[in-house]
Every structure is written in structure tokens, then in C-alpha cells.
Design a protein around this ligand. Structure first.
Ligand code: DAH
Length: 336
């Protein structure tokens, strides 16, 4: 019995190695009535009881192993039938679809648009390639006025890559009648030295409100509302007088970014304050340039830096990180 069991074990092991074993052939050879496993079991049945005790377990294992091989062979055939029928090749790895996410600048933009929409501001957009009139002239930058040097410009023939989204204000005021309450997001370009805090292109959200009797107090109130809605109540801000040719009076707003780390000091030039917007009351010349009567209407405008706001929101210390398209950076925002 021992020899026969061992011989059969070897045969079964050999049949496993065969690359294209046929399930039916295997069944006939081992498991059918005349198959070697069945024949051995018949022989076993004729053994005296103490011999049966000795070999029963081995034989059961052998039979179970033969049945398992038979099942495997059958399944292998079923799979290969499928392969042929559907032309699916099973050993090519499946690439799982990784869901994309919004870019952090877009996340911030969308949240800002939502906050301003609660105050009745509607979104508008304009072209990135602008003419001199919309980027400068209509905004009260005199020809050869030194203020044009404030924004180092990329020229493209007789046009410019817009240096700010204030150009969209002009387009909107030219084509619509007050009252106007608009927010205008977009990309802008400046021929500046690239550093952790400035890039040669960045993003702004322009705001414009034109109506009768709009005051500087309305402007402040709107900006303060925005800061507490976006950054939370009690956010430390600073409001400073400033100059822009298209607003009078003009101001800038800073947010406290801190001075604890080397990066914070670099980002804020050591002051702890990060400038996030310029604003002011729309200059009467600008209203006139767009065909709006400055005796009847007044208004305020602001231009916010989306990249800086995103840096504060997400603790990004270098503006250039937003545009390397490094998947390890971008994936951190996929869950927002
Ligand atoms: N256009 C200015 C800039 O890019 C920002 C700005 C200042 C926009 C004052 C405004 C404004 O609308 O009223 O630096």
C-alpha cells in the first residue's frame, strides 16, 4: 500500500507541473471508476481493519488533492475560454483610476466667489492679452506716467499680457450700466524677479461696486466681512494708505502671517505682514473713461492676490510650489 500511495503522489505532483493539462483527461486517469485513485481506494476497502487505520488518512488526503487539482484544471479552462471569447487578457495589470482634485488656487477662487455671491457680487471675466487702453490708459495711467513702472509689463506686439485684473473692470463698465457689483478672477503677468513671494504670473480676484452714494466705509465693511468669512473671526489685519492711479483714496490690506519661522520671515520681508490686496474709491477719471457720470455715481474697487491668500490658507511657504505640477504637492488638496 505504501508504495502505491507514494507512486500516486508522484503522479499527481507531475500532473500539476504539466502546463496544459486537460481536466477531463485528468479525471479519467485518476478519479473515474477505473482511475488510479479509485482503484487504490477499492484496494484499501479490502484491507484488514488495522491496515485500514494505518492508511486511511493518507488515502483521504490523496483523494482530496486529486479533486483539488481537477477543480483547478476545470477553472483554468473556463478562464481561458473567457479569454478567447472576450479578448480580455488577464495578465495585463489594471490601472486604477485616480480621481483628480481641484488646484489649490481654484479652491480658493471658488470659495471667494461664493462668499462674494452672498453679498450680491456676480462673476465676470476678461482676456489675458490686453490692449494698452484697458490695462493702463482707461485706468488713469498717464502716458509716460511713472506709475506704469509699478508693474513691469510683458509686451506682445502692440498689446500686453495684462498686469492686473483691473482691466476687466474697464471692460465691464464700458459694456454695462450701473449699478454694478462684480467679482472678476483671472491670471495676470508681470516681468518680475521670481522669488518665494512673487512669481512672473499669478492670480487676482478683482472686485467692483458702482452705485449712487457708495462710500469708503462700504468698502471697508465688505473687506472685513470677507476676511472673517474666509480666514475666521479675529484674524489680524492691517489697513494702510497707498497709491494707485485708478483709485482715490487708495489703501492696501495686510494679513498677519507671523515671524516665528525663517520661511515666515522670508515671505513677509521680516515684518510678519503679508499684503493681500489693493483697493480704493474708483477715480472719477476712470468712471468718465468708461462713460459713467462721476457726479451721479461713485464706487469702490479692490484687487486681491489669490496665490498669497492660498499660501496663507494652506501654509504654503513658496509661491512657486503651486506651479511645479508635482503630483505629491497637488494630491494633498485632492480631499478638499
Ligand atoms: N491692480 C492693482 C494691482 O494689481 C490692485 C488694485 C488696487 C486693484 C486697487 C483695485 C484697486 O481694484 O482699487 O496691484
Amino acid at each position: 500500500m505504501e508504495n502505491e500511495i507514494n507512486a500516486l503522489k508522484e503522479q499527481l505532483a507531475a500532473s500539476r507541473q504539466e502546463p496544459r493539462a486537460d481536466a477531463e483527461q485528468f479525471r479519467l486517469k485518476f478519479l473515474s471508476k477505473k482511475g488510479s485513485v479509485s482503484v487504490l481506494i477499492d484496494a484499501f476497502r479490502a484491507l484488514p481493519p488495522d491496515e485500514k487505520k494505518k492508511w486511511g488518512k493518507d488515502l483521504n488526503q490523496l483523494k482530496a488533492a486529486a479533486e483539488a487539482i481537477y477543480e483547478d484544471l476545470k477553472q483554468g479552462e473556463a478562464a481561458s475560454v473567457d479569454t478567447v471569447a472576450t479578448h480580455v487578457v488577464f495578465d495585463i495589470p489594471v490601472y486604477l483610476h485616480e480621481p483628480g482634485g481641484k488646484h489649490p488656487i481654484n479652491l480658493v477662487r471658488d470659495e471667494m466667489l461664493q462668499i462674494f455671491s452672498k453679498l450680491g457680487f456676480e462673476p465676470a471675466e476678461g482676456p489675458e492679452l490686453e490692449d494698452d487702453w484697458h490695462n493702463f490708459g482707461a485706468l488713469n495711467f498717464a502716458e509716460n506716467h511713472p506709475a506704469r513702472d509699478m508693474q513691469d509689463t510683458f509686451f506682445a506686439g502692440d498689446r500686453v499680457l495684462r498686469t492686473h485684473t483691473s482691466s476687466v473692470q474697464i471692460r465691464e463698465m464700458e459694456s454695462k450700466k450701473p449699478p454694478l457689483r462684480l467679482v472678476m478672477p483671472g491670471r495676470v503677468y508681470r516681468n518680475e524677479a521670481v522669488s518665494a513671494r512673487s512669481n512672473c504670473f499669478f492670480h487676482q480676484l478683482e472686485g467692483l461696486y458702482i452705485d449712487e452714494n457708495v462710500s469708503f466705509a462700504d468698502l471697508k465693511q465688505t473687506l472685513f466681512y470677507f476676511v472673517s468669512a474666509f480666514f475666521g473671526e479675529g484674524t489680524k489685519i492691517r489697513f494702510r494708505p497707498s497709491y494707485f492711479p485708478f483709485t482715490e483714496p487708495s489703501a492696501e490690506m495686510d494679513i498677519w502671517a507671523g515671524t516665528e519661522t525663517e520661511e515666515d520671515r522670508r515671505l513677509t520681508k521680516g515684518t510678519g505682514w503679508l499684503e493681500i490686496l489693493g483697493c480704493g474709491m474708483v477715480h472719477p477719471n476712470v468712471l468718465k473713461n468708461c462713460g459713467i457720470d462721476p457726479e451721479k455715481y461713485s464706487g469702490y474697487a479692490f484687487g486681491m492676490g489669490l496665490d498669497r491668500i492660498a499660501m496663507l490658507r494652506y501654509g504654503v511657504k513658496d509661491i512657486r510650489d503651486f506651479f511645479h505640477n508635482d503630483i505629491r504637492f497637488l494630491q494633498q488638496f485632492a480631499a478638499y
